[in-house]
Design a binder for this molecule. Structure first.
Ligand SMILES: Nc1ncnc2c1ncn2[C@@H]1O[C@H](COP(=O)(O)OP(=O)(O)OP(=O)(O)O)[C@@H](O)[C@H]1O
Ligand SMILES: [Mg+2]
Length: 248
């Protein structure tokens, strides 16, 4: 469904992504695991197209040069030059790092804003689905989003991405700042999305331990380069992964 081919991303002369190849088949949960500055967010921004806007903005202010080489195929079509909003319409929806929500709006309005590109009936169904997936949000409907806890905000952010109607959901470090209990809840919800709706999910994380068990396939990213790949259970059993990510 999604294929990243020979991707290279430079910020000025610094290489953030180095000849990366990734495949995500329909209905899979695929993970990109890497520590700080491995290139996770750059990858997500490139797949979602946000990097195109960053590139234009930087150029306008005479700032750093962002250069992207390589190809991204979605459902067989090269989407490299397609605008981010058009990619959303085609089903590629990114839930960005550190749950960006509208803090002054309430939970319901945040969800509605996320669904503004969709038909009303589809949006209502999607919002119902989000409340089913995250029952903790139900009694927070009219609460200002800025007053939610970090975990609640993260659920809202994932909920907003879902209301936008993805066929391929991109999650950039969804576990960041969550308690172990919240992490488990979110991982369960992500598995439900694959198992019940057949959603295709690409997620990035620094913490391998809670993520590897639910992955159909995973890639380990180091300094923008692929160091290892395999099924979730292969990676869990790999001695290098164990020593680097599990401390054993
Ligand atoms: N706008 C930018 N300008 C210059 N360098 C950047 C920019 N964005 C990212 N980089 C650099 O690219 C590399 C990859 O950064 P990226 O944010 O993709 O990493 P990450 O894996 O998401 O890290 P983290 O876990 O901290 O979120 C880093 O060396 C970073 O400094
Ligand atoms: Mg990041």
């Amino acid at each position: 469904m999604l294929e990243v081919k020979n991707l290279m991303v430079f910020f000025e002369n610094a290489l953030a992504i180095n000849d990366l190849n990734i495949k995500v088949h329909g209905g899979q949960i695929v993970g990109v695991i890497g520590s700080n500055s491995a290139g996770k967010t750059t990858l997500m921004n490139t797949i979602s197209g946000l990097i195109i806007e960053m590139r234009i903005k930087e150029k306008r202010k005479g700032g750093e040069r962002i250069t992207v080489y390589g190809d991204i195929f979605f459902k067989g079509e090269n989407i490299m030059e397609i605008r981010p909003s058009e990619r959303v319409k085609r089903g590629i929806v990114l839930c960005r790092e550190r749950h960006p929500i509208f803090p002054e709006s309430n939970v319901m309005d945040n969800l509605k804003t996320a669904g503004h590109l969709r038909k009303n009936s589809e949006m209502t169904d999607a919002i119902d689905y989000v409340f089913n997936l995250f029952p903790a949000l139900v009694h927070l409907k009219s609460r200002k989003a800025g007053f939610l806890s970090g975990g609640e905000q993260q659920m809202l952010a994932v909920g907003m991405a879902l209301v936008a109607g993805p066929t391929c959901l991109l999650l950039d470090e969804p576990l960041l700042g969550l308690s172990p209990l919240m992490q488990t809840e979110l991982m369960d919800a992500i598995q439900n999305l694959r198992n019940e709706v057949g959603l295709t999910i690409l997620m990035s994380e620094q913490f391998a331990r809670p993520v590897l068990p639910i992955l159909d396939y995973g890639y380990i990213l180091e300094n923008g380069m692929l160091s290892l790949s395999g099924t979730g259970s292969d990676l869990m059993d790999n001695p290098e992964v164990k020593s680097a990510y599990f401390g054993i």
